[in-house]
Design a protein around this ligand. Structure first.
Ligand SMILES: [Zn+2]
Ligand SMILES: [Zn+2]
Ligand SMILES: [Zn+2]
Length: 278
């Protein structure tokens, strides 16, 4: 399985559009890995995880042929992960020529948001007009779509909005994508018993400034504790690749600061465009 990080920032992006903080100033000055768009991933050539406000830029920068994308798996309905407007452009024949359905996987909150945003914008469009096929993800219930297995688990994030982390499995290889979560609720740790991972991506939104943050999002110390819990459960081994992701400028750390902090823990720091083969 090939995982490409299309964006590695939390909601505001880095540099955040209106921000005067030193992290954002340095990102603007230095560019490169300091620039972070809103978090999403491409899995092989046919699947996206999340589809946020930077999708247009990501599609052109990383040459993503959206006509070949069969499915989008959503983690949760926050705007930095679900940009409904860019789904409207599937409406045929008004905006695009689209001949095959897009399979969307997500909690009920995802589909509620798509429909309610359409209504708020005065667009009486439904899933049929957008050629979107609805597939509801329930916590801890595995779904199989062709050769891709999706195991959604309840995240500690956005109460009432059914946020989930994901275990994706294809061709005998598995990866955990755990962004937008605090330290997991007990039921999700229990569901991870017996799950063997070939790589893990763990969020570290709160970075070094709020290193002990453990609810809703995580800081650096909690990200390490999360990795240690995966080790304790036997989901990963010491040599399994682990990367942190989904950074906020409010975490007070630039890319190089994060690389230096996480290196002694054996954890890598993701950047926009990075490819992970598992
Ligand atoms: Zn987010
Ligand atoms: Zn800032
Ligand atoms: Zn979120």
């Amino acid at each position: 399985m090939r995982i490409q990080f299309l964006g590695t920032a939390a909601a505001e992006g880095i540099p955040a559009l209106w921000c005067e903080c030193p992290v954002c100033a340095k990102a603007m000055r230095d560019g490169g890995r300091e620039l972070r768009r809103r978090c999403s991933y491409r899995i092989d050539m046919d699947t996206l995880v999340d589809f946020g406000p930077d999708a247009f830029w990501q599609a052109t920068e990383f040459k993503i042929d959206l006509t070949k994308i069969k499915r989008i798996v959503f983690t949760h309905p926050h705007e930095d992960h679900l940009n409904v407007t860019d789904l409207y452009w599937r409406h045929t024949p008004w905006f695009s020529q689209v001949s095959h359905p897009l399979r969307i996987f997500g909690s009920r909150s995802i589909f509620r948001r798509i429909i309610s945003c359409a209504a708020a914008d005065g667009a009486a469009i439904g899933f049929d007009e957008l050629q979107i096929e609805k597939n509801i993800l329930e916590d801890a219930k595995k779904v199989v779509d062709e050769d891709l297995e999706i195991l959604p688990l309840r995240a500690d994030h956005a109460p009432g909005r059914e946020a989930q982390i994901l275990v994706l499995r294809r061709n005998g290889r598995s990866i955990l994508l755990a962004n937008d979560t605090g330290f997991l609720p007990e039921e999700s740790w229990t569901a991870l018993h017996g799950v063997k991972l070939d790589a893990a991506v763990i969020e570290s939104t709160c970075g070094l400034r709020y290193a002990d943050c453990s609810r809703g999002h995580m800081g650096a110390n909690c990200s390490v504790a999360f990795r240690d819990e995966l080790l304790k459960l036997g989901c990963i081994r010491k040599e399994t690749p682990v990367f942190v992701n989904h950074f906020s400028h409010n975490g007070g750390a630039n890319h190089q600061d994060l690389v230096e902090w996480f290196a002694p823990h054996g954890i890598g720091v993701a950047w926009d465009g990075m490819v992970l083969e598992v």
